[in-house]
Write a protein of this length. Structure first.
Length: 583
C-alpha cells in the first residue's frame, strides 16, 4: 500500500525533537510538510507586526532547512477544514500527522480535522511535543481537576516519570527514504507571504531585535548554556538597567513558537545540573520556569473560558471599570508616568519586555492604578508580545490582577519608585521616551515635579510635549486596595465567615503561591475562619466548611477553597509572567 504523508506544522516549527514529523516519515512513500495560514487571522487586529515578522522568519528558516533535505514547506492559505479536503484529494493523502495542541481552541479544531480525515479514510497520528508532561495525566492524578497551586502541581509532577527524551533532528538519510514532489511553480503556489502581502506597512519598521526560526533558537541555546555557573545558580537575575534590554540569549519566543523544544531545553539543563554541584531548585530555577509553563497549560487545558472573567470557574469576579480612553493611553505609552510609558514603548517597538516590567504595567492597569480589566491588558499583550502564549498569558494576567492563583492585593508596584530602584540613572527612560532624554536624573521619573526652568532647559514641557500623569498613584492605589478588600470580604462573608487573613507585613515583592509553614498574623478573625485557615486547601477545607456552615457551603465560591493562608519566605523575587523572558 502506498503511504502519502502530510505533516501539519503548527506550534512545532522545527526539525529537532519533532515526533509527529518522524511519524510522517516512517514508512512513507511521499511526504509533504504543510503550514496553513488563515487569511482571516492574518488580517486580525489581535496579532501585531512583530509577532507576524517572527512567525514568517521562522517559516522561512524551516523552509530553508527542508530545502537542504530536498524537500520544501507548503504554505497554504485558508481554514484547515476547507484546505485539507482539497489537499487530500489532490495529493492522494493517506496519513496526516501533527503535534498535540493542549489548549481548548486547538483541541476543538483538531477534533474537527480528525473527524474529517476519518471520513476520507485518512490515518491521523498525533504526538505530544509542546509540553513536557501529559497534562491529562496530571489532572487525573489530582482527582480529575487541575491543581491550582504550584506546590500541589509540583507534588504531582514529582510522582511522574521523567519527560520523554527528545528525538534527534531529521536527517538527509530519513528524507531520502521518501520523496517530496515539488512542482516548478511551487514558489507561486505555496510561498511564504511577505508582511506587505499580509497588509502591513513596513516603511520605517526597525530591524528585528528577535529573529525567528529554529536555527536562531539553537544558536541562542548554545550561547545560553555556555554560561554554566549562571544557569545552574539562577534563582533570579538581579534587575539592573542592562537586564531591561533584550538579551541575545533569550529563549521565550522560541519556546512559544516551538522553534526550540522544551524537552531539549529540559535535558540540557538537567545534564548541566548533574555536572555542577551547586544549583538552584524549583520554582526559582530554570527548570522551575519550565514547570510554571506546564502549570498554566494544565490549568487552562479544559477551561475554554480561561482567558475570560465571566464563565471562568477559577477567576474572582471583580467589577472592573470600563474606560477605553485610559486603556488606549496605557497601551500606547501615554500615561504620563515615564517608567510605564518606556515599558509599553519597548513592548510595541521590540515585542519583548523584562518580566518585572510586565509586573509593573499589569499592576498599573488593573488593581494598582487604573482599575481596568486584566482581559484588556491580556489582549494588548497578545497583540504585541512575541512570547504571548494563550495559557501563560491569561494565567499571568489573572495572577498579577489578583483574580486567581494569588491574593496579596495589598502590594502594588509604584510607577515611580520601582522604576527608580531598577534603573537609578534613568537611561532606560531616555532610550524609550526620548522626549525626556535631557531631563536631569533627579526628575526623569517625575518630570511633573521639575521646575518650569528645568522643563524649558530640557525642551520638554509637561502637559505640552509630554503628558501629565493620568492618575494620582497614591490616591488611586489606596482606593483600589480598598476595592480589592471589599471583593475578598464578599467572598468570605457567607454565613458568619469573616475577612480572609491579611498579612501584616508589606513585602516588597509577592511571595510564591506554594504554601509554607510560616504563619501570618491575622486581625479581627472570627473563630470559623481561624479554623479554616489552619486546614489545607482542597477537600479537607470543603468538608470543614460544610460542617461549620451546612446551609451555605454549596454556594461558597470555589476559589476560596484554594486560598493560601501562609507562604514560605523568599529571598528573591519570583517571576511567573512569561517564562524565560529574562533568560
Amino acid at each position: 500500500m502506498v503511504v502519502n504523508s502530510v505533516h501539519w506544522f503548527r506550534k512545532c516549527l522545527r526539525l529537532h525533537d519533532n515526533p509527529a514529523l518522524q511519524e510522517a516519515l516512517n514508512g512513507a512513500d511521499t511526504v509533504r510538510c504543510v503550514y496553513i495560514l488563515d487569511p482571516w487571522f492574518a488580517g486580525a487586529a489581535n496579532v501585531g507586526i512583530n509577532r507576524w515578522r517572527f512567525l514568517l522568519e521562522a517559516l522561512e528558516d524551516l523552509d530553508s532547512s527542508l530545502k537542504k533535505l530536498n524537500s520544501r514547506l507548503f504554505v497554504v492559505r485558508g481554514q484547515p477544514t476547507d484546505v485539507f479536503p482539497r489537499l487530500i484529494k489532490e495529493w492522494n493523502v493517506t496519513r496526516l500527522t501533527f503535534e498535540y495542541d493542549p489548549e481548548p481552541y486547538g483541541k476543538e479544531r483538531d477534533g474537527a480535522i480528525i473527524k474529517m480525515a476519518q471520513e476520507f479514510g485518512v490515518e491521523t497520528v498525533i504526538r505530544n511535543s509542546h509540553t513536557l508532561f501529559n497534562l491529562d495525566r496530571i489532572i487525573e492524578m489530582n482527582n480529575n481537576s487541575p491543581p491550582l497551586t504550584f506546590k500541589r502541581f509540583q507534588t504531582i509532577v514529582s510522582r511522574l516519570e521523567l519527560p520523554r527524551r527528545p528525538l534527534p533532528t531529521i536527517t538527509q538519510q530519513q528524507m531520502d527514504t521518501c520523496r517530496t514532489d515539488i512542482a516548478a511553480d511551487h514558489d507561486k503556489l505555496y510561498s511564504i507571504p511577505s508582511l506587505e502581502e499580509l497588509g502591513f506597512r513596513t516603511r520605517g519598521l526597525a530591524a528585528a531585535v528577535w529573529r525567528g526560526g529554529e536555527s536562531e533558537a539553537l544558536d541562542r541555546l548554545n550561547k545560553h548554556l555556555d554560561k554554566k555557573v549562571w544557569v545552574a545558580n539562577l534563582e533570579h537575575p538581579r534587575v539592573n538597567t542592562c537586564s531591561l534590554y533584550a538579551s541575545p540569549t533569550g529563549l521565550s519566543p522560541y519556546l512559544r513558537f516551538g522553534c526550540l523544544s522544551c524537552r531539549v531545553l529540559y535535558y540540557n539543563l538537567r545534564e548541566l545540573y548533574m555536572k555542577l554541584r551547586k544549583r538552584s531548585s524549583p520554582p526559582l530555577s530554570l527548570f522551575g520556569q519550565l514547570l510554571w509553563r506546564e502549570f498554566f497549560y494544565t490549568a487552562a487545558t479544559n477551561n475554554p473560558n480561561f482567558d475570560h472573567m465571566q464563565g471562568n470557574p477559577i477567576c474572582v469576579q471583580i467589577p472592573w471599570d470600563q474606560n477605553p480612553e485610559a486603556l488606549a493611553k496605557w497601551a500606547e505609552g501615554r500615561t504620563g508616568f515615564p517608567w510605564i510609558d518606556a515599558i509599553m514603548t519597548q513592548l510595541r517597538q521590540e515585542g519583548w519586555i523584562h518580566h518585572l516590567a510586565r509586573h509593573a504595567v499589569a499592576c498599573f492597569l488593573t488593581r494598582g492604578d487604573l482599575w481596568l480589566s486584566w482581559e484588556s491588558g491580556m489582549k494588548v499583550f497578545e497583540e504585541l508580545l512575541l512570547d504571548a502564549d494563550w495559557s501563560v498569558n491569561a494565567g499571568s494576567w489573572m495572577w498579577l490582577s489578583c483574580s486567581a492563583f494569588f491574593q496579596q492585593f495589598f502590594h502594588c508596584y509604584c510607577p515611580v519608585g520601582f522604576g527608580r530602584r531598577t534603573d537609578p540613572t534613568g537611561d532606560y527612560i531616555r532610550r524609550y521616551v526620548p522626549v525626556l532624554k535631557d531631563y536631569p536624573t533627579r526628575y526623569i521619573y517625575e518630570p511633573w515635579n521639575a521646575p518650569e526652568c528645568v522643563q524649558k532647559a530640557a525642551n520638554c514641557l509637561v502637559g505640552v510635549h509630554y503628558p501629565k500623569p493620568m492618575i494620582n498613584h497614591a490616591e488611586g492605589s489606596r482606593l483600589n486596595i480598598e476595592r480589592m478588600k471589599q471583593v475578598y470580604q464578599q467572598l468570605s462573608h457567607y454565613r458568619g465567615l469573616s475577612d480572609r487573613p491579611v498579612c501584616t507585613e508589606n513585602p516588597e515583592f509577592p511571595a510564591c503561591p506554594a504554601g509554607g509553614s510560616r504563619s501570618l498574623k491575622v486581625h479581627n478573625q472570627k473563630k470559623p475562619s481561624e479554623i479554616l485557615a489552619l486546614i489545607p486547601p482542597g477537600k479537607e477545607r470543603l468538608n470543614e466548611m460544610k460542617r461549620c456552615f451546612p446551609t451555605s457551603a454549596d454556594y461558597f465560591p470555589r476559589q476560596y477553597l484554594f486560598l493560601k493562608f501562609d507562604h514560605k519566605p523568599r529571598k528573591q523575587k519570583l517571576s511567573i509572567f512569561s517564562l524565560f523572558c529574562h533568560i
